[in-house]
Ligand binder design. Structure first.
Ligand code: NAD
Ligand code: K
Ligand code: MN
Length: 343
């Protein structure tokens, strides 16, 4: 490949502060990524208030037609209902069919109380995120309901992705997260579909499989996180579990992800737009820089990804330059500069 074209969608809040850091890290790779080309794209709540659309058609078209991959920052989705607004990241995952959200959560020795080295594999296209909600009036006042969609197809393909990831790791252990004791139809289908993946491919016999109900999975995650290797979960559980796991490794500001499909990959920090710290220049850039590395690894640029990860690990391990979320006083720019220097 002659050059790599990367769409950049910082979107809202600290996304605007940390996506530029990820870009700098990629640029620092020099000849490992020859002539990376960046295309700035817009989306988010600010875009919505300015233009009336949260995800402009042009952004989608450029991603589809001109980009090899993309980096997404974070959106500020309001908790109240805003007529005409819908989260662009949820939409992008569906439009680009980025069905797997892969979230590695790994502790850096001095910063973590416990040893954590796991990957949360979150189904990324369905569950409650189909966003089919209705409010009606019943006998006792307002009633609201939501559709929770679980399909065999989506559960099977996320199951395959999780087995592949587990197979590539030393421990080869997969935990299937569900709540089939209550939701036996929906979570039952998820559970059965994922387990069936193993019976259809003899390579996966090497993977040991466990199941854990989602509530006790959170409990065990806090008490004995080392039991987990790869976790696979429906969309909402995977979202919650990965934020919870982030607490064990110091901060949401260090946990990366990729939204992956069969033909496209989009790196994205797990965190949101962090309005509580936006504008102060203190957002931790590590999650986004690591997301860039994950994205490059997914595309086969193993050495480049390795160089970024090593640089991040060395800065975190030294512990001299940490942003406030990790107990330090460093600024986004200082941490980024230190990482770039080591790359
Ligand atoms: P959040 O992840 O934005 O913040 C949670 C806490 O973690 C905050 O205290 C924040 O300061 C801290 N934090 C997060 N990232 C950090 C970083 N890089 N460095 C330092 N500290 C960091 O979650 P929230 O507060 O629940 O949500 C805020 C907004 O983000 C909401 O509008 C929500 O809809 C949106 N959100 C977007 C995404 C996404 O873009 N995929 C994901 C989650 C939340
Ligand atoms: K995000
Ligand atoms: Mn989340």
């Amino acid at each position: 490949r002659k050059s790599l074209t990367i769409g950049l969608i910082p979107a809202d809040g600290i996304g605007k502060e940390v996506i530029p850091a990820a870009r700098t890290a990629i640029e620092a790779l020099g000849s490992d990524i020859p002539n990376p080309k960046f295309i700035d794209l817009i989306a988010g709540f600010e875009t919505f208030t300015r233009t009336g659309v949260a995800l402009p058609e042009e952004t989608v078209e450029v991603l589809k037609n001109d980009c090899d991959c993309a980096l997404f920052g974070s959106v500020s989705s309001p908790s109240r209902k805003v007529v005409g607004y819908s989260s662009p990241i949820v939409a992008l995952r569906k439009i680009l069919d980025l069905y797997a959200n892969i979230r590695p959560v790994v502790s850096v020795c001095i910063l973590s109380l416990v040893h954590v080295d796991m990957i949360v594999v979150r189904e990324n296209t369905e569950c409650l995120y189909v966003k089919q909600e209705q409010q009606t009036f019943g006998e006792h006042g307002k009633e609201a309901r939501a559709t929770r969609l679980i399909t065999e197809r989506a559960s099977t393909r996320i199951g395959k992705m999780a087995f592949e990831l587990a197979l590539a790791r030393p421990r080869k252990h997969l935990t299937v997260i569900h709540k089939s004791n209550v939701l036996s139809v929906t979570d039952g289908l998820f559970r059965e579909s994922v387990r069936a993946v193993q019976t259809k491919d003899s390579r996966f016999e090497a993977v040991t499989v466990a199941e854990q109900l989602v509530d006790s999975a959170v409990y065990r995650l806090f008490r004995e996180p080392q039991i987990y290797d790869v976790m696979v979960a429906p969309n909402l559980y995977g979202d919650i579990l990965s934020d919870a796991a982030a607490a064990l490794v110091g901060s949401l500001g260090v946990v990366p992800s990729v939204n992956a499909g069969d033909t496209f990959v989009m790196g994205e920090p797990v965190h949101g737009s962090a309005p509580d710290i936006f504008g102060q220049g203190i957002a931790n850039p590590v999650a986004s820089i690591r997301s860039a590395a994950l994205m490059l690894r997914h595309l086969g640029y193993t050495e480049a990804a390795h160089r970024i990860d090593n640089a991040v690990d060395s800065v975190l391990r030294e512990g001299q330059l940490l942003t406030p979320d990790l107990g330090g006083t460093a600024k986004t720019q200082e941490v980024t500069d230190a990482i770039v220097k080591r790359i």
